[in-house]
Design a protein around this ligand. Structure first.
Ligand SMILES: [Zn+2]
Length: 70
């Protein structure tokens, strides 16, 4: 598996174990989903392009802290 970040917005992808040793990968920013079978990755859900663009403009979520330090 070589998909660690969403190719549309750079968000770290969450992997969920699936049946038969496969994984369901999903991006929490744009909602895109992939199925990973060994080295084969198939996209099953297209991204919400508006959300992807917004996430792109704001940068990766790791650097976006909603809590402002005081
Ligand atoms: Zn995404």
């Amino acid at each position: 598996m070589n998909l660690h970040r969403c190719p549309y917005d750079g968000t770290p992808i969450e992997a969920e174990a699936y049946s038969g040793g496969s994984f369901l990968l999903s991006c929490t920013s744009c909602g895109a989903e992939w199925e990973a079978h060994n080295s084969l990755v198939l996209r099953v859900t297209p991204p919400d392009w508006d959300a992807a663009r917004r996430a792109m403009a704001e940068g990766p979520p790791v650097t976006t802290d909603p809590v402002t330090p005081t």
